[in-house]
Design a binder for this molecule. Structure first.
Ligand code: ADE
Ligand code: ZN
Length: 339
């Protein structure tokens, strides 16, 4: 049964709604780009990089994540990074991805916004043509920086806003509540952008309240700690807000102690629109299918749970309704053929 369910999860069309493109930088590519750009790395092998990926909290990961970004310098680097990610998810039968990028992590190193944007977008366009993976782009603000810095970034992004679909909020959560960014998010909404924010990964349920009431997000990234507040769960259910849950990330960052204790089935049972995503696959040990495999291996996950998780992804995606219906027809067909 487990093997059957894993095979089904692997072959059905899926979406990814929570992915930091900089977090898809595999150690092999990190070394290749370091060499290409003459950047020194504090590791002497790919194995040493992987061995360093032991984290006891979000901040320990972020320190290495920002260090890893230092090898990304040219438009071609951002292209190669994004194309490698697309090839990897194509193998997982991901047909639509909503990609986050962190411009402030590059601007502060002297890399121009257009260098980052053009490299990522060119790969996404090529990926759509070559592999039929549709996409949306989410520009994320770093919450450990000021709201003024977020406004500066929005100004830098102005010439590209017609090609950016949404804004997000990521980086160190504790001590940086969503309401710190209420004005910049209000401006983004006025500009017609969709809004999402990391909330309730490490931060308290109150940060999820702030994200939905103070900011008015269209989606919540993670949201695990919302489960601690009954009224909040009821509100998320009522608003049908999608949660972009990241199981392997949660394990690696000690948000959960054990995959067998992951709350994703509890989320479904309580009526939350949970989805499965990889977050930073190069750092957390896996892409979308690895996340499904881990859940199926460790939780009493049924055929119907699997359908709901994949279907919630399509329902929560910022794709057109015509695209959504086309994919859901294929999905329903795959689920109706029992092997
Ligand atoms: N930036 C990249 N991955 C992140 C995560 N899981 N949480 C917050 N910020 C991030
Ligand atoms: Zn994330």
């Amino acid at each position: 049964m487990t093997a059957e369910l894993i095979a089904l999860a692997e072959r059905v069309p899926k979406v990814e709604l929570h992915l930091h493109i900089e977090g898809s930088l595999e150690p092999e590519l990190m070394f290749a780009l370091a060499q290409r750009n003459g950047v020194a790395l504090p590791y002497d092998s790919v194995e040493a990089v992987r061995a360093a990926y032991q984290f006891s909290n979000l901040q320990e990961f972020l320190d290495l994540y920002y260090q890893g970004m230092s090898v990304l310098q040219t438009e071609q680097d951002f292209y190669d990074l994004t194309m490698a990610y697309l090839q990897r998810i194509h193998a997982d039968n991901v047909v639509h991805t909503e990609v986050m990028f962190d411009p402030q992590g590059h601007l502060e190193r002297g890399i121009a916004f257009e260098t980052v944007f053009n490299g990522i977008e060119r790969a996404l366009r090529d990926g759509e043509r070559q592999m039929e993976i549709s996409y949306r782009l989410i520009m994320s603000f770093l919450r450990h920086l000021s709201e003024e810095s977020a406004f500066d970034t929005l100004r830098e992004a102005e010439p590209f806003l017609g090609r950016i679909d949404a804004v997000g909020l990521d980086s160190s959560e504790k001590g940086h509540p969503p309401e710190k960014f209420a004005r910049v998010f209000a401006r983004c909404r006025d500009l017609g952008l969709r809004l999402t924010a990391h909330a309730g990964e490490e931060g308290p349920p109150d940060y999820v309240w702030q994200a939905i009431d103070g900011i008015g997000v269209d989606r919540i990234d993670h949201g695990n700690r919302a489960l601690e507040d009954e009224a909040l769960v009821a509100e998320l259910v009522e608003r049908k807000l999608t949660l972009t849950v990241c199981p392997l990330s949660n394990l690696k960052l000690c948000v959960v102690d054990d995959m067998a204790q992951h709350p994703i089935l509890d989320m479904l049972k309580r009526g939350l629109k949970a989805t499965v995503n990889s977050d930073d696959p190069a750092y957390f040990g896996g892409y979308v299918n690895d996340n499904y495999r881990a859940l199926i291996a460790h939780l009493p996950l049924t055929h119907s749970h699997l359908y709901d998780l994949v279907r919630n992804g399509f329902d929560g995606a910022w794709m057109t309704n015509a695209e959504r219906q086309k994919h859901i027809r294929t999905l329903d067909q795959a689920f109706s053929v029992r092997c």
